[in-house]
Structures are given as C-alpha cells and as structure tokens.
Design a binder for this molecule. Structure first.
Ligand code: N7H
Length: 484
C-alpha cells in the first residue's frame, strides 16, 4: 500500500500558498557536489503528511478566529519540493527510460505538438514564441511556497545556501525564478480573468476518501507512477507502463508559463455581450464569459445554473461539481453549456463516458498560481495589456502523453471535440485552444438562443511563453537515486 510520507507534498495534497516561487535551475558541472548538496535538501522537502498537518493548522486557526469574530490569521508556514527535467536526469547521468515520450522530448521540442504560437527557423525547425530562458536546457525546478513573500524569500535563501547558489562553489545556478502569488482580497482563489479556480480535481483512491458530490475518483496510478492503472498511453486494453523501480510514487509535472491578456478579454466580453430579453449589457457580458469558461466567475457551473449565477453554490463543494453535462437534452445540444467551453473541453464528463469512453487516464491534478499585478486603471481604460500577468500552470499526472499533452492537443485545440456532436462543430477551447500560426479561431454555442452560431475569437488571450516537463521523484528515490 501507498505510504504518503514517500510522496512530495505538492502532488496529492498541494503545498499551501499565498506566494510560490518556481526556481528553474541548471546543475553545474561538478555533479557529485550537487548530489551531496541535494542530500542536505531532502530533510527539508515537504511531504504529504506535513502538508496535511499544515492544512490542519490553517483550518484550526481559522475556526478559532471565526469563533471569536476575528478575521482568519496568517499562519506562518513554508514548503519545499523539487523536480527534474529529462535534461536534468541526463546531466546527473541517470539514463533509465522513465516511459514517457513527452517528458523525454522536453516541452521545448513538444511545443509544436501543443501548437504554441511560433515559426519555423532557417533549418526548418519549429521555434515557439517563448522567452529566452525557456529555450535553453532547464535541469529542474525547486518549488518554494509559503504564507507571504517574506517567508518564501527566507526559505529560498536556505535553498540558495544549500546549493551555494551565487557563490564560487555553486552547485547549481538559477535560470529564472517565476514568482507567483494568490490575488488580493475578494479575488483570492480567482485567476486573472476573474474566475474561481481550483474547484474540480480528481479524488485519488484511498487518499481523498471523502470525495465531494460529482467529484470522480481515479486510481492512484493516474497520478502516481507505478501504482494501479498507470498505463501505456493509448493502450486499450490497458497495459501497465514499464518504468524503473525508483519511479514508484513519483509524478510528472507539466509546467507552463501562461500570460493572460485580461483587458483584451474584458473588452471582448463587453463588445460581444449576449443579447437576450431581460439582460442588461453587463449581464450579457457576464453570461458570455461564463459560457466561454463553463463556470460563472463565482465558480457556479453553468450546466447547473445556465442563465443566472448562484454565488452561494459557486463556493459550496457540495454543489459546485455535481454535474456531468448530461441533462436529458444536453449531450446533443449545448443550450446549457457550449461543447467547447473550457471546463467541458478539458474534462468532458458524460460527453465521453456516455459513449463508453473512460476519462480516468486523462485526469490531472492542477496546482498553479497566479503571477503579475492586478490590472491598472490605465490598462482597463485602454483595453491593452501593459504589465505581464497570468497563470503559472502546473499539473501532475503519471503520464504526460495521457494527461496534459492529450488535453491540450487532442481536446482544447481540436475543433471536432467533443466528438459526435454532428452537425455542430464545437470549435476551439476559447481559453487555451491554440494554433501555431495564430489563424482565426471560432467556437459555437455561446448564444443560448442560437446554438448553431459561431463566435469569432481573438487569436489568443492566453499566451504561452515557456514551460518544461519535470519528474517529481519520491523521497526514497531522491535518497537512493539522486543524492549522494
Ligand atoms: Fe483551466 N480560466 O480561468 O478560464 N480552468 N485554465 N486549464 N482547467 C478551469 O473547475 C484557466 C489550463 C483544466 O474538471 C477553471 O477548477 C485559465 C490548461 C482542467 O471540470 C477555470 C488558464 C489546462 C480543468 C480555468 C487555464 C487546463 C480546468 C474552472 C490559462 C490543461 C477542470 C475551475 C491561463 C491543458 C475541469 C475548476 C473540470 C478548470 C481557467 C489553463 C485544464 C476558471 C485562465 C493549460 C482539467
């Protein structure tokens, strides 16, 4: 059986965070020195039971404060996790085949498959429009999380000290540190377009033992390598993946540095507000936004609340996941939720399950965080983004080809998905669906009164500027295979 103390804390439990730094690093040439230093880091790595304790502390402090009529206090805590890319493993001389083609290729080479915007260079190679830091090898990432910038900076200083970063005897150096933080006040938990995020996650069997209504349970091998139902991509009947023994209880991390054009998104919603009797222009914009995402900004799913928001249900875990896009009329019409809405594209529920196609091995656990400042009055007024902001997308799965890569390539970017909706062509996922050449995108079904109509979208609102695939080893693997 699974010993959760072996699993790095971010995977199954999620490092608690107001602030999170992703230190992207390269290992320096004295690999043995790096390995020795890594040994000192291992006791500081936050494991799953430690995250559970931290979460219990936060909950207890909140409860005590509520009883005294006080606002929830800030509980000081921090967390550390570490993951390695394929080029990082090569640098360390670890040559075992981990059994994931996307990981082995690396995300830079995979960017054409993902249809990241880019162009072909003189040698005929595809080059995505990424920032330079991600065009060079990144060997790994250290995640540092905590309750505040101060705690995270202090914790990062400890990490820097362990690896002698910046000193003459450095064992690694920073390629880039991406700094994320949860948005302020009422926007806490909401991503930059304004929608509540982190609602729908798969429950993991024998770990999340009390799933919420509508929350599907996946076998452990969908998230953790080497566990039940960790299967070869596309195998049917399912074939277990052959991986080195040390891969057990590790997980692959797909990291994406995604910028969001928020003023442009808002202008589009304003200019294309859904017109229906009884709707003000503002309500028409809100409704359009909800139909692009699949949820209202409050989190309330439009499959349950198609025409009017329900903020209470939005934050209520007993209600906000209890839907399958299977209302009697819904599998073949999109009056409640467009087929191509972001949440429906990325987890189609009954659209596939009712065809006898399981989605279990397509599920991922999302642990991202926002980065960048709030929209300034000047940006809001001009409708133009001037400051960089967006989502550090981070998702765990036992198999990137089955999980993140498949969702992006075969669902979000595939205009014919969900399948069997003839004569309707669903179109692009309006949030993340993309094409390398930035050709025009459309989706259908945004107008509840005219489902067959297509809506033309701006070429992109979410702009990928980098990313990499990593492997988050188990604690025993870090000790036996990585450290010295
Ligand atoms: Fe998405 N958004 O604000 O529009 N996402 N996402 N995502 N996403 C979800 O249900 C968003 C991205 C998934 O189980 C919600 O938890 C933005 C990528 C999946 O019903 C919102 C970006 C991929 C789900 C957003 C972005 C996914 C999901 C609703 C980029 C994978 C769960 C909250 C900047 C390739 C679906 C919730 C389910 C939900 C947004 C990226 C996947 C609001 C802005 C790259 C699987």
């Amino acid at each position: 059986p699974l010993d959760i103390a072996n699993v790095q804390g971010d995977i199954l439990a999620g490092l608690p965070k107001k602030v999170q730094h992703y230190l992207l690093f390269q290992i320096d040439d004295d690999v043995q020195a790096f390995r020795q230093r890594l040994k000192l880091l291992i006791p500081l790595i936050t494991t799953t039971p430690q995250v559970q304790d931290d979460r219990a502390k936060i909950a207890a402090a909140k409860k005590a404060a509520t009883e005294q009529g006080k606002p929830a206090p800030l509980v000081k805590l921090s967390g550390i996790n570490i993951s390695f890319s394929h080029s990082g493993l090569v640098k360390l001389g670890i040559t075992d085949d981990l059994g994931d083609a996307a990981f082995a290729k690396g995300q830079f080479a995979d960017s054409a498959t993902l249809a990241d915007p880019g162009s072909t260079d003189a040698n005929g190679n595809f080059v995505p429009n990424w920032i330079p830091a991600f065009k060079n090898p990144i060997h790994g990432v250290v995640l540092v999380s905590g309750d505040s910038e101060l705690t995270v900076t202090a914790t990062q200083a400890i990490v820097n000290g362990i690896f002698n970063i910046g000193a003459h005897n450095a064992t690694m150096h920073e390629v880039l540190t991406i700094k994320g933080q949860v948005r302020p006040k009422d926007e806490k938990g909401h991503e930059h377009f304004g929608f509540l995020d982190g609602i729908s996650q798969p429950a993991v069997k024998d770990f999340d033992t009390k799933p919420n209504p509508g929350q599907e349970t996946v076998r452990q091998g969908v998230i953790l390598c080497g566990r039940e139902n960790d299967i070869v991509a596309g195998s049917n009947p399912p074939v277990p993946v052959v991986r080195p023994a040390w891969a057990l209880d590790g997980s692959f991390l797909a990291l994406r540095y995604l910028f969001q054009l928020v003023p442009e998104f808002n202008t589009f919603l304003k200019d294309n507000a859904i017109k229906a009797s009884g709707l003000t222009p503002e309500q028409g914009s809100e409704l359009l936004g909800a139909r692009l995402v699949g949820r209202w900004k409050s989190g309330a799913p439009i499959d349950l609340f198609p025409l009017q928001d329900n903020p209470t249900a939005g934050v209520d875990a007993q209600q906000n996941n209890k839907f399958r896009y299977d209302f009697p009329d819904d599998p073949h019409t999109q009056d409640r939720c467009p087929f191509a809405a972001h949440t429906r594209k990325t987890n189609p529920r009954a659209d596939l399950e009712d065809l006898g196609i399981s989605t279990e091995n397509r599920r991922i656990i999302r642990r991202g965080v926002q980065f960048g400042p709030e929209v300034t009055p000047d940006e809001a007024k001009s409708g133009k983004t001037k400051l960089g902001r967006g989502l550090i997308f981070a998702a765990y799965q036992s198999n990137i080809v089955n999980g993140f890569q498949f969702i992006q390539q075969s669902w979000a970017n595939n205009t014919g998905f969900p399948i069997q909706k003839n004569p309707i062509v669903p179109g692009f996922d309006p949030i993340i669906g993309q094409q390398s050449n930035l050709a025009p995108r459309t989706l259908s079904g945004t107008d509840p009164n005219n489902q067959g109509a297509n809506l033309s979208l701006p070429t992109e609102w979410v702009v990928p500027k980098g990313g990499e695939y990593f492997f988050a080893p188990s604690i025993p693997a870090l000790k036996s295979k990585f450290a010295l």
